[in-house]
Write a protein that binds this ligand. Structure first.
Ligand SMILES: [Zn+2]
Length: 458
């Protein structure tokens, strides 16, 4: 291979919405786009423990589309295993990673300690994938850039970010390979055309090759008004003396839910209730969200509405106290798919009582507790015990931070693109394949769903 060619390898994010990792290379350099952790069913999670498919020390640089753990969470392990280069992303992504990655390390250590205590592990001393300290080490490799700024992370590869409208700092990553004069665009996760808090994704103007997400490749969000739906649920739940619990992604949906709840209260559409945010990570993410208010739709006073009226639950003691609460209130807590975090304690308390409501607000990956509850499970296992699901379960898909296939097609059309090839990734197998068909039917583009570890010439 000479350096007038570029290759793309799919090291993750195929047939799943997690573990996004794409490697671009010519004969001299290697650039990794996203470095995500696998989440969801056990067979996927086990992949986190496999040896990275290329030696981390041979990767020259990493570029991130956004901060979510399924796109950034493997970075501490990559650094721990020999990656020496820099990690490039937008400024807000960097600030969010400063919160998310050490927390991910802490959770890894917790899991290892728990497995050791319960003797779950076949190993004598279960080791964490990486520690909080490893995560802090990885953060030293970060170098943020502004949207639309062009930089050269590796010789011959020019990179820039455009807003993707998914969460604060989220971007599409444009990579122009100078020698071959080819441009590859990675959409990352693509936001909504009409999100409550995020501006729509910016159209892409040029891509010879496009790597496109497909979380909702086979589904539409419908046209029900999420504010109306949420107002009805909260009012009904409070009316019967229950608590509304909203498991939310600490970064993104937590801030949106808080804003909507306060807005509904201000407009008198739901009763005045105490609103708690019980997730130290979501609290920090909310601070970052307010600080970067120019990057989203909410102005300073709308941010203030969240800040002034939410009771932020910091300490474990306060969290335990909140868990003992028996009068109507709204609790927003992470994680969004109920796979970990403080929301688990609330679920154990609130699930067995039909007065309460649990409201999910986004994609629930197969294998997660969130998915089980949304699918109508009678019980879920939390901390080694089965808990009956008696509370009302709702999934407000329309509050998702991902565009559905129609929104993504609309967005692609706005850019007047003519890619020679589209690779459809970041979706369950059926969703990706359906997205592939939609893209081909609408634009006539050559679209394909790559397999894990497939390598293609660009
Ligand atoms: Zn995401």
């Amino acid at each position: 291979m000479d350096d007038s060619f570029m290759k793309l390898s799919f090291l993750g994010g195929t047939s799943t919405v997690t573990g996004s990792r794409y490697l671009l290379s010519d004969d001299k350099h290697r650039l990794l786009v996203d470095c995500g952790m696998y989440q969801g069913v056990k067979t996927l999670r086990k992949r986190n423990w496999a040896k990275f498919p290329v030696a981390p020390s041979t990767i020259n640089a990493v570029v991130l589309t956004h901060a979510h753990i399924d796109h950034s969470g493997y970075l501490p392990a990559l650094v721990k295993n020999g990656f020496k280069g820099k990690i490039y992303c937008t400024r807000a992504t960097y600030e969010l990673c400063q919160v998310l990655l050490p927390d991910a390390g802490f959770l890894q250590e917790e899991d290892a300690r728990y497995a050791q205590r319960k003797k779950f592990s076949k190993h004598e001393m279960p080791e964490p994938l990486f520690t909080e300290k490893d995560a802090r080490q990885a953060l030293k490799h970060f170098e943020p850039f502004h949207y639309h700024e062009t930089f050269e992370p590796v010789k011959g590869f020019e990179v820039s970010f455009t807003p993707a409208g998914h969460i604060l700092g989220s971007s599409c990553v444009h990579v122009h390979h100078k020698n071959s004069d080819r441009t590859v665009v990675f959409t990352g996760d693509v936001g909504r055309q009409n999100d409550i808090i995020m501006r729509p994704p910016e159209p892409i103007e040029r891509a010879d090759v496009l790597v496109c997400e497909s979380t909702y490749g086979d589904r539409l969000h419908g046209d029900s008004d999420p504010e109306d739906e949420l107002a009805a649920i909260i009012s009904k739940t409070a009316g019967r003396g229950g608590i509304t619990l909203m498991p939310a992604f600490a970064v993104g949906r937590a801030q949106m839910l808080l804003y909507v709840v306060h807005k509904l209260m201000e407009e008198g559409r739901i009763p005045n209730l105490p609103v708690y945010l019980n997730s130290p990570m979501a609290i920090k993410a909310t601070e970052i969200f307010i600080k970067h208010h120019k990057e989203h739709k909410l102005n300073h006073s709308q941010c203030q509405l969240i800040d002034d009226n939410t009771q932020f639950v910091h300490s474990v003691e306060e969290s335990i106290e909140l868990d003992a609460m028996r009068y109507p209130c709204v609790i927003v807590s992470a994680s969004g798919m109920a796979s970990g975090g403080r929301v688990l304690h609330h679920l154990k308390t609130l699930l067995p009582n039909p007065r309460n409501s649990i409201v999910f607000a986004g994609f629930q990956a197969p294998g997660t507790r969130g998915d089980a509850m949304v699918q109508g499970a009678n019980s879920v296992k939390i901390h080694g015990q089965h808990w009956p699901v008696k509370a009302e379960i709702h999934n407000l898909d329309s509050m998702s931070a991902h565009g559905d296939y129609n929104e993504i097609l609309t967005w692609l059309e706005q850019g007047k693109l003519k890619p020679q090839k589209v690779y459809v990734t970041h979706g369950e197998a059926v969703a990706s394949d359906t997205m592939r068909k939609h893209i081909h039917e609408k634009f006539g583009w050559d679209a394909e769903v790559p397999e894990l570890f497939e390598e293609v010439d660009i």
